[in-house]
Design a protein around this ligand. Sequence first.
Ligand SMILES: NC(=O)CC[C@H](N)C(=O)O
Length: 446
Amino acid sequence: MFNLLIKPIRFVRPVSLVSFAKPLVATRGLATVKDQSFTLNKKPPPPTAPYAPVYNKPTPATLKLKSGQVFSGTSFGANVHVSGEAVFTTSLVGYPESMTDPSYRGQILVFTQPLIGNYGVPGIFKDEYGLLKFFESDRIHCEGIVVSDYASRYSHWTAVESLGEWCTRFGVAAISGVDTRAIVHILRDQGSTLSKLCIGENTDFSKIPYSDPNERNLVAEVSTAVPVSYNPFGDVRIDCGVKNNIIRALVKRGAAVTVLPWNFPINKVSDQFDGIFISNGPGNPTKAVDTIKNMRQALGSFQRPIFGICMGNLILGLAAGLDVYKLRFGNRGHNVPALNMLDGKCQITSQNHGYALQDNNLPTGWTKYYVNANDGSNEGIRHKTLPFKSVQFHPEAKGGPQDTEFLFEEFLSNVRADKTQREGIKTFVPETFVSQSQVSPSTLRD
Ligand SMILES: NC(=O)CC[C@H](N)C(=O)O
């Protein structure tokens, strides 16, 4: 039974047991044929690792904004009090991807989509590169979630547990039955706000402090501790909290990727690599001081292609001499229009960021690459003559539209052309690649 659970080719829902283990509370969402045969008389089966059913008793929960507003609802996640920065996303789908995106670390995520949970949470399926297929990392990173209407009854061929069960397993607080439209109005007006999500009735909320995640170096908290290589033949990335689908977007196009810790002395080894990629990541970019310093040095000495996404755009900009500022409520959603300043095309993008580059006074040699068609904020920069560029949005999607995935093709064809020019040979593109393996820092020449 356990083997069946982890075999990706078996798409039958492996533990139909889980369907019987639903909490006996009013549910919303789609019913499967199995669900329809569900009766209250059926006893839940014994727990089966690793998807042991978790029973949630309806428990009161309260969301408190530091600005004073209080919203009372019901808990459907872990029985923990959390605090963080309340932000909202307008994405309609993709809660497993968003919640496992390391960029959401330290945040309490409010969904504007009113019904959340109806397709449950997928199991642990890995792709041919050893990357988790349906999650962007191996854990939930946001502190808590806020939804209007939680669907504890779920239906999807990949699902093995409910959203509430998943949150409970990962110690993530979750509240439903609150007016998310009102919360989003407040967050739009006053901006992303420090908040607490408290579970239970008799809690002394004043004892739980508001903690500001942007005062910590969140990048250091989520970055890999040691270099990790995928497909061992030649490109590099700095891990500020990289999403699985970014690694996948590169390796599936034949790139060899070595994921380095956020503060790795990259300039000591950069001659061994054909390009640098700077990943997405959580929190305030100015806290990742070492990454900025290393990239500043790289901009002066590394003449090969550099590409960055989201946090990567902010880090590249800071390294080039730009400033960053905090957007009032950020851009989080899957339908954000970005205008390409090179060809005037408008592309629909996936976004998740609270900071932006101040691009009204760019240093010599740099120009705007993309601009947000809604609010005019920066969506990317590029160097006019050197192969350095970055975007604020997420071309890798997961979730969201894949309209800008061609940027990975562009980056890798620049890397290949540059390598060909340097070496006068065709770049070797492996037909098959070795799945994820750890390399010790000593294998990287110092
Ligand atoms: N997705 C990301 O990389 C986010 C970048 C940065 N933490 C921000 O919020 O602006």
